[in-house]
Design a protein around this ligand. Structure first.
Ligand SMILES: [Fe+2]
Ligand SMILES: [Fe+2]
Length: 310
């Protein structure tokens, strides 16, 4: 069987997009970012309005929660780049186009809500945040697989779920019920996005199983969070992992494995030689992730024991 072209894939998947768009619109619940922000806690800042500058003591949430909130927000902030990527690949017409615009509108709410919360509660330095946003957005974002439909669908299936977990756990470590409620709401959106993309790739597995398997294998092998271009991302992601907000164990057990299970990758039939090879690579990568996650957990436990004995 010859491989389907990118255009053929988009065309063949259009009915799946249509069905899942209808499904999404039926289950997505309308919500309002302003309802999640404790406006009465706010105070005017310095500058043109002559209020009070931000100071370290203004923030009442733990350091690592601040780090995670900044990473999550900067990730949401780069939406114009993500929109560009999917609008270019999926197109702006038909069901694909309707999804591209709807998804963009939903994602736009996330950045708005989180920024309003952070500014009103003075949880982070607003000057540093704005400078970080400028740097991050000025660099733009491009996914390594941004010219391939199935690779992109595989990537966003994992990425939306990763983002869901990261938001939810960030909310938990803030210790602030208002922030937790806001991030749980955002996380619920990310989950529906994951379901949409995962269902599309499930459709691709029926249509072109070997191409879908290849896409999944390539994507799990070099998966990077969308915020990986953020200044100091390596250091920040270590802190985030040490706090259990997003670590290798969660990446393997709560993101990669459950999505693979939904696609039932180890029981897919009708694969050609490359499809079989891709599936073997996925299995090997899961084993490698298992080893790396265990190593990380041991190190984290040892570090916790060291800190406790001090
Ligand atoms: Fe989002
Ligand atoms: Fe999302």
């Amino acid at each position: 069987m010859t491989a389907l072209s990118q255009t053929a894939l988009l065309l063949e998947l259009e009915p799946v997009v249509e069905r899942n768009l209808d499904r999404h619109l039926a289950v997505a619940k309308e919500w309002f970012p302003h309802e999640y922000v404790p406006w009465s806690e706010g105070r005017t800042f310095d500058g043109p309005l002559g209020g009070e500058a931000w100071s370290e003591g203004d923030s009442t949430i733990p350091d690592v929660a601040r780090t995670a909130l900044i990473v999550n927000l900067l990730t949401e902030d780069n939406l114009p780049s993500y929109h560009h990527e999917i609008a270019t690949l999926f197109g702006r017409d038909g069901a694909w186009g309707t999804w591209v615009h709807r998804w963009t509108a939903e994602e736009g709410r996330h950045g708005t809500a989180i920024r309003d919360y952070l500014t009103v509660t003075r949880a982070v330095d607003p000057v540093a945040l704005e400078r970080a946003r400028m740097t991050h957005m000025s660099a733009g974002y491009a996914n390594v697989h941004d010219d391939e439909v199935l690779h992109s669908l595989a990537y966003v299936s994992f990425q939306e779920l990763a983002t869901r977990i990261s938001h939810r756990n960030t909310g938990r470590v803030t210790g602030d019920p208002a922030c937790e409620a806001l991030l749980a709401r955002v996380a619920a959106d990310e989950n529906l996005h994951m379901v949409f993309y995962r269902n599309l790739l499930a459709g691709a597995f029926e249509l072109a199983p070997s191409q879908a398997m290849r896409a999944v294998a390539d994507v799990v092998a070099d998966f990077q969070m969308p915020g990986n271009g953020i200044d100091g991302f390596a250091r920040k992601s270590v802190a985030i992992a040490l706090a259990g907000i997003y670590d290798l164990r969660q990446h393997r057990d709560d993101v990669v494995a459950p999505v693979l299970r939904q696609w039932d990758v180890f029981n897919v039939t009708g694969l050609d030689a490359d499809g079989e090879a891709a599936r073997d690579q996925i299995a090997a990568h899961l084993d490698e992730l298992e080893r790396a996650a265990s190593r990380f957990e041991e190190k984290r436990d040892a570090r916790a024991a060291r800190l406790a004995s001090r």
